[in-house]
Design a protein around this ligand. Structure first.
Ligand code: HEC
Ligand code: HEC
Length: 375
């Protein structure tokens, strides 16, 4: 089978994995309503609202960046958090941050990453990412990179196939989110249900803060079950990576010569005990090092997250790029070439790599672009 769509299951999925995939697929596309526990505040009513065909958009998330002077007063200026939540259901009566902003504040937009291939990303072994961080620490030159160490911020998942983490367990390797703020796919799912849709679960039982001090919505108590969270998480894990279109040796070589491969690491080994057997003890091609890089002033959103600063971002995984309507965290680039040029800026670790790209003769630049467009 040729995986030439962004919404296909892993080619070697077992019958029981396929049945989990189908269950999660339905929930991923479900439009939740007030009676289902949507709200009190929400951004969109369905995962597909922001991950159409498991990709990017059309919905986005708006966060509030603060200039340098305002940054140290973040907690006072934005006491209810920095995420804009434009929609509400009773008992809430107003949106959050969907109006005039305090002095020194600006709205910054986050385009959702795609969700396919995230099982492959979760399967990568910690040792591989630690190795890349050590190599980065020893490296002379502008390209650095560090692990975003994060804590598990949910209640324990009753389904212990993937991990046995308990609340506040710290020092995990952040992998998911544009600033690598979450370690596992199931925690990200619970976080998305809670934060983007106002759907509480046993993993995340509290509604996001709001200006009306509403602590519940039209459905009393927890809105979705742990089984539902895990069904959606399994669906995400079982989504295949769309097939690569360009396997040219010339493209592969140029990707390394101009240092793209230093951050967008082409191949990584996976855990031997990953529960999806087909993804265990193998190599995956997700084109990221999972590390945070300082991308400089031009890409900064001035929204620090955990230990990640306002200008640090996780290396974007380069998979299925042809399905993305726009590139970079805020969708500012409409083509791969624009995305490459957008890496340049004061303080960006990638500026030298992009200068090397620009010095390539035109036909080599075209070869590299064709290669990246086909990833
Ligand atoms: C309102 C828009 C919106 C909705 C609704 C939404 N997402 Fe997302 N999603 C995003 C954004 C924006 C990000 C990047 C978040 C970040 O940087 O922390 C993201 C990131 C993710 C990631 C991490 C991908 C990566 O590369 O690290 C996963 C997995 C994910 N979403 C799954 C889901 C699931 C499952 C649902 C439904 C329960 C959902 N999302 C609903 C906007 C949304
Ligand atoms: C210092 C590490 C680093 C280097 C070197 C680097 N990148 Fe990136 N790349 C990133 C980060 C971090 C992002 C995400 C930035 C953002 O979203 O604002 C990114 C994003 C991208 C994107 C957009 C992906 C998406 O999903 O929106 C493309 C395409 C890309 N890089 C290609 C390249 C190519 C080609 C090269 C070599 C010419 C390169 N990068 C060099 C770190 C790097």
């Amino acid at each position: 089978v040729r995986i030439d769509r962004s919404d296909m299951p892993l080619e070697d999925a077992t019958p029981s994995e396929l049945s989990a995939f189908t269950k999660g697929d339905v929930l991923f596309e479900t439009v939740f309503r007030g009676a289902d526990g949507l709200g009190p505040l929400y951004i969109r009513a369905a995962c597909v609202g922001c991950h159409k065909d498991d990709g990017r958009g059309p919905g986005t998330v708006t966060r509030i960046g603060l200039d340098e002077a305002a940054q140290s007063h973040r907690a006072t200026l934005l006491p209810l958090g920095d995420t804009v939540r434009p929609y509400f259901v009773t008992p809430a009566a107003r949106p959050l941050l969907d109006g005039p902003l305090p002095q020194g504040a600006r709205a910054t937009h986050r385009w959702p990453p795609a969700v396919f291939g995230r099982g492959q990303m979760e399967a990568v072994s910690d040792a591989e990412i630690e190795r890349l961080a050590e190599e980065a620490a020893r490296r002379a030159g502008p390209i650095q990179g560090r692990i975003h160490r994060v804590a598990y911020h949910s209640e324990s998942n009753p389904d212990q196939r993937y991990h046995r983490l308990s609340r506040n367990q710290a020092q995990l390797i952040g992998r998911f989110g544009l600033k690598a703020r979450i370690a596992t796919v199931d925690e990200f799912t619970a976080d998305a249900l809670q934060g983007d849709m106002g759907l509480t679960s046993p993993l995340r039982a509290t509604e996001p803060t709001n200006a009306d001090a509403a602590t519940d919505d039209r459905k009393p108590g927890v809105d979705v079950t742990a089984e539902m969270v895990n069904a959606i998480a399994d669906y995400v894990r079982l989504l295949a990576v769309p097939e690569r279109l360009d396997h040219s040796d010339a493209g592969t070589a140029l990707f390394t010569t101009v240092d793209c491969a230093t951050c967008h690491v082409p191949r990584l080994k996976t855990r031997t005990d990953y529960p999806i057997a087909h993804l265990a003890n193998t190599e995956v091609a997700v084109y990221t090092d999972f590390l945070l890089h300082d991308m400089g002033d031009a890409l900064a959103d001035d929204v620090p997250e955990g230990d990640a600063s306002g200008s640090e971002w996780r290396t974007a995984p380069l998979i299925g790029l042809r399905f993305a309507p726009a590139l970079m965290h805020d969708g500012r680039a409409k083509s791969v070439e624009q995305a490459i040029l957008a890496h340049v800026g004061h303080g960006s670790e990638a500026s030298e790599s992009i200068a090397k790209f620009q010095k390539l003769p035109p036909e080599q630049r075209a070869t590299l672009l064709r290669y990246v467009e086909g990833l």
